[in-house]
Ligand binder design. Structure first.
Ligand code: PFF
Length: 455
């Protein structure tokens, strides 16, 4: 029998806290590092257009479905299915989410660890001109110990926020850090837009080139939308289980989607004008862009004003670090809430267990860039394998199951009550939203998912 622990569960204190914590989960490395690269390589504004369609037509309905499940059950993602559908196989979606959250945190924390290292190096003024940043990066990531130490430090930072609890840890941290993050974005953008190559950078980012849009590009736009909005793992369902009854679900989900998309697009406004201000630098360096191309750009673009270059570079890596941290605490929370409530361990102990598991699995991911580079499972190193399993498999499948559960299994009135707070809120376009959750999201995601499997 599931024990209702709702009475001693934490809760988010304010609407702002809810939006900033959920947006904190959404805004991460996916926005600042991955999105601009994808846009640049896949047709500029054409990609942005397709991406935005996916955000609002597919990912937002999944987010709403997660909100309904979370707040409607007041339980972690496994407990939610136990409460709402006792004895039914839907619980598999809950377990998949816990596993997915652990796998994402394990590989994501590798890149977050690199970011921590670059933040330290940048603040210590070690990323100075005249160095081969490509060689430096490769030496660092292939070292057996160094990246591991930074990854562990980063996981410990995540751990301490989560262990402090929902209101004192997650909400308080998000309420301080998200505004800081937004301010840094605006400052960096203003700085970037005044650089000499800004016009070319913006053109590269915004020119719609529909000839580049292939099936593969459409698929990656959807994958990017899901990853960026943190949907499909029950992460936002877990957060929603801490929402108060008066919290408006639809407008909150909409605000999170708008904020997340805005940060993604503004990140492009920071990176490409800067990259184009230095002649001979390629804007499509892919994953190396942030760690190899940008340190070079910061030095070259500010050659005559090194202090400004130092500030710009330091602020950029701090931005990336904060964005990563507000996301990793949400991944950590999925499993911590589950273990805490399901096995009746204290929140602190549950958090320790999750951190230790992620350190172990995360070490395998980190080593796959160095000494374990030849260790392959299904032709992939650990980092790529975890990335593949979650982004291509668990998140879309989770999205399909979550929307199907809400619209096909749950009582319609229950769902409407959640979305309208028991009829006290007038929600414009409610029928359209229900239609999106019922048909568009599961079928749309299903088509993309089957396509991926076929490939
Ligand atoms: N949305 C985060 C990003 O864009 O970096 C990543 C993420 C967070 C994925 C939380 C999944 C998750 F549960």
């Amino acid at each position: 029998m599931y024990v209702d622990k709702s009475s001693d569960r934490g809760s988010f204190g304010s609407r702002l806290g809810v939006i900033l914590a959920s947006a904190g989960s959404a805004v991460g490395l996916g926005n600042i590092w991955r999105f601009p690269t994808e846009v640049g390589n896949n047709g500029g504004a054409a990609f942005i257009f397709i991406y935005l369609c996916f955000v609002f037509l597919l990912a937002m309905p999944v987010m709403l479905a997660e909100f309904v499940i979370g707040r409607g059950s007041k339980a972690n993602t496994v407990g939610a299915y136990r409460t709402l559908a006792p004895g039914k196989p839907w619980i598999v979606a809950g377990f998949m989410g816990v596993l997915g959250g652990i796998l994402v945190l394990s590989f994501y924390s590798v890149v977050a660890g690199w970011t921590l290292h670059y933040t330290v190096e940048s603040v210590a003024n070690n990323l100075t001109a005249g160095q081969d940043f490509g060689a430096l990066f490769n030496q660092f990531v292939s070292n057996p110990w160094k990246p591991l130490i930074f990854q562990i430090l980063f996981l410990l930072m995540t751990h301490f926020v989560v262990a402090r609890g929902v209101e004192r840890g997650i909400e308080r941290f998000s309420k301080v850090m998200m505004p800081v993050l937004l301010v840094i974005i605006v400052v960096l953008m203003c700085c970037s837009l005044t650089m000499p190559g800004a016009g070319d950078g913006l053109r590269y980012l915004l020119r719609p080139d529909f000839s580049k849009v292939t099936t593969g590009v459409v698929l990656s736009a959807m994958g990017q939308a899901f990853f960026s909005l943190s949907v499909g793992l029950g992460c936002l369902a877990t957060y929603a289980s801490y929402f108060r009854p008066e919290m408006p679900l639809v407008s909150s989900a909409f605000s999170v989607c708008v904020l997340d998309s805005l940060v993604a697009i503004l990140s492009g406004f920071i990176i490409f004008p800067a990259v184009f201000s230095v002649p001979g630098v390629s804007p499509d360096a892919g994953p190396g862009l942030v760690y190899i191309t940008l340190p070079h750009v910061f030095n070259e673009a500010f050659a005559s004003l090194p202090l400004l270059g130092y500030l710009f570079s330091g602020m950029f890596y701090v931005l990336l670090l904060l964005a990563a941290l507000t996301s990793t605490i949400s991944m950590h929370e999925i499993a911590t809430a589950f273990i805490h409530e399901n096995y009746h361990l204290s929140r602190q102990r549950a958090a320790v267990l999750v951190t230790l598991i992620c350190m172990l699995l995360g070490a395998a991911c980190s080593l796959s860039f160095g000494p374990w580079i030849d260790v392959k499972i299904w032709n992939r190193g650990f980092f790529d394998l975890f990335d593949f399993l979650t982004a291509k498999f668990i998140m879309p499948l989770g999205g399909i199951l979550i929307t199907m559960f809400v619209e096909w299994y749950l009582d319609r009135q229950f769902v409407v009550d959640q979305l309208t707070n028991g009829g006290t809120l007038r929600v414009r376009g409610l029928r359209v939203l229900l239609f999106l959750i019922r048909w568009v999201a599961p079928i749309g995601v299903g088509i993309v998912f089957l396509n991926e499997i076929a490939n």
